[in-house]
Write a protein of this length. Structure first.
Length: 539
């Protein structure tokens, strides 16, 4: 039995109440008299998240987020699915069952994300149906190849039809999609979008019946821009991708606090992380009322949403930021069997003294990029980076088979020396590397391959690493330990001149070939808007 000031997210009121439960389900809610400290809110639901992006395996992710009041997530495991296929998805499910966090999944629709890159697996309609028949799969995962979808690509439509047959919602992913293309996309039965970056975009999508997911993650922070929309419309609050260095400090509770600071009514904001996602995905969660699961969070107030106690299924699972459950992560070996790379693999050559080159331009706090042009000089036949204008080399190495290394340039990292490499590169997770010198780029990539994946900072031939041996995406260490190692790497990057808050997150999205405008995959530089590979050098 729990007593306190209950926040009724349906009726949008607060009253003192006594809550009883039986077998993990709320049996009764009785309004009582009395004075209580704090507030009892429904357990928070992050209904669009990629656990892999936290760098933590599911059980370690639970250890990190449950003390912050998150009691359930709807996770799309398409990162590990692109690397390992169904065995990777099964690993996520097995490991998540070791902890009290309620982990629901969406069946990854984008394995691979596009036909323009190399991944480790491919899912068709049969695999989608196989997953959606399982109890822990509640929807079809985000349809990221939105251009193929509106063109009714048979491969995409096959997956959508499988979800429709089974009566499952279909998640969307439609950055900047508008007008007739957006109408056609929604007409396929797609019901959500988490890619809005302006209130105008959100209004257009909401008017067509889409559930607008307001994203406040590590790579994309859209809550402030979408606050005008969120104040007056129902929405769902999600993180999408949140890094471990932020998770150790908070999860949806921090996003709720930010929402309130931006003028959004506290209970209205809370609906976005409780009853709204529960109703959309038909989960027995999201409100403190009879018949729903006894997932309850006590917070100090409805401004900071500082979490004091967390109950899942009526049992106390965290108190004052400390989990009350043990974590025993599952292991999953990962090997990359690639030949060693040499500096010339990362160099573009020319016979001219200087060339005009297409350059990927970073956009602050966004995963969209600009398509820029820079004039770069050549030295001994090699096209050189330009440190004065912050134009660096960028390459993607196919991690699944031997293939030529793709090469290009990127502006916005700030490095004056050294190189950064990562086996986290959405969505196919080939190895991506950004650097000044091709020597350090080669050493960084070879170090990652030898260790089975992770993050690497290399300068003057010396490397520091965070090992991510679960598919090259996650590790089984506790969140605070992973955060400490990553903080150390970020300090090294700053010592090399790096200016980004988290260059590894930014780098990971440079190869996502469905986010405008210019990206780089394992097969070359890619113009997302025109769906075509383009040469780096404009001769």
């Amino acid at each position: 039995m729990i007593e306190g000031n209950l926040v009724d997210v349906r009726a949008k009121r607060v009253f003192p109440a006594r809550i009883s439960q039986a077998d993990g389900v709320i049996a009764s809610v009785e309004e009582i008299s009395g004075s209580f400290d704090g507030f009892l809110i429904p357990g928070l639901i992050d209904s669009h998240v990629h656990i892999e992006s936290s760098l933590l395996c599911p059980s370690r992710f639970a250890e990190a987020v449950v003390p912050h009041g998150t009691t359930a997530v709807v996770a799309n495991p398409h990162e590990i699915a692109n690397v390992l296929g169904m065995p990777g998805v099964d690993f996520m499910s097995r490991d998540s069952k070791e902890v009290p966090l309620r982990v629901y999944f969406t069946a990854p629709s984008c394995v691979p994300t596009t036909a323009f890159e190399t991944s480790g697996a491919a899912f068709g309609g049969a695999e989608i149906e196989q997953m959606l028949l399982r109890d822990d799969f509640v929807a079809l995962g985000e349809v990221t190849d939105y251009r193929s979808a509106v063109r009714h690509s048979p491969a995409v439509v096959e997956k959508i039809e499988a979800a429709k047959r089974l009566g499952k919602p279909i998640d969307g992913h439609a950055p900047l999609l508008s007008g007739q293309d957006l109408k056609d996309y929604v007409g396929l039965g797609i019901t959500t979008d988490h890619e809005c970056t302006s209130s105008e975009e959100a209004l257009e999508k909401a008017a067509l019946g889409m559930v607008v997911m307001v994203r406040q993650g590590s790579a994309s922070k859209n809550l402030e821009a979408l606050a005008p929309f969120a104040k007056d419309h129902e929405f769902v609050l999600v993180s999408d991708d949140m890094d471990v260095t932020e998770l150790v400090h908070g999860h949806l509770n921090r996003s709720l606090a930010l929402a309130v600071s931006l003028g959004i009514d506290p209970i209205h904001a809370l609906r976005g992380a409780t009853i709204n996602p529960a109703l959309h995905y038909k989960l027995p969660l999201g409100a403190i009322e009879p018949g729903r699961m006894a997932d309850i969070v006590k917070v100090r107030d409805l401004q900071s949403f500082e979490v004091e106690e967390v109950y899942i299924g009526g049992g106390l699972v965290a108190s004052r930021g400390v989990p009350k459950f043990q974590v025993r992560p599952k292991e999953m070996a990962n090997q990359m069997l690639l030949q060693r790379k040499v500096p010339s693999d990362f160099e573009l050559v020319t016979s001219l003294p200087s060339v005009n080159a297409r350059v990927i331009g970073l956009v602050k706090d966004e995963i969209v990029t600009e398509s820029l042009v820079a004039t770069l000089r050549a030295e001994n036949g090699k096209v050189m980076p330009d440190l004065e204008t912050d134009v660096l080399r960028v390459s993607v190495v196919n991690r699944y088979r031997e293939a030529p290394v793709s090469r290009g340039f990127v502006k916005g990292f700030g490095l004056k020396s050294g190189a950064l490499a990562s086996s986290v590169a959405h969505d196919s997770h080939n190895i991506i590397v950004v650097g000044v010198g091709s020597d350090d780029m080669a050493i960084a990539v070879n170090s990652l391959v030898q260790e089975g994946g992770g993050f690497c900072v290399c300068s003057n031939g010396k490397c520091s690493m965070l090992n991510l041996r679960v598919a090259g995406l996650m590790c089984t260490k506790p969140a605070h330990e992973v955060s400490r190692i990553q903080d150390s790497l970020l300090q090294e990057v700053r010592s090399l001149g790096g200016t980004l808050r988290d260059p590894f997150i930014t780098m990971s999205f440079l190869s996502l070939l469905v986010i405008p405008k210019l990206k780089i995959g394992d097969r070359g530089l890619f113009d997302v808007e025109n769906l075509e590979f383009v040469p780096v050098l404009m001769l």
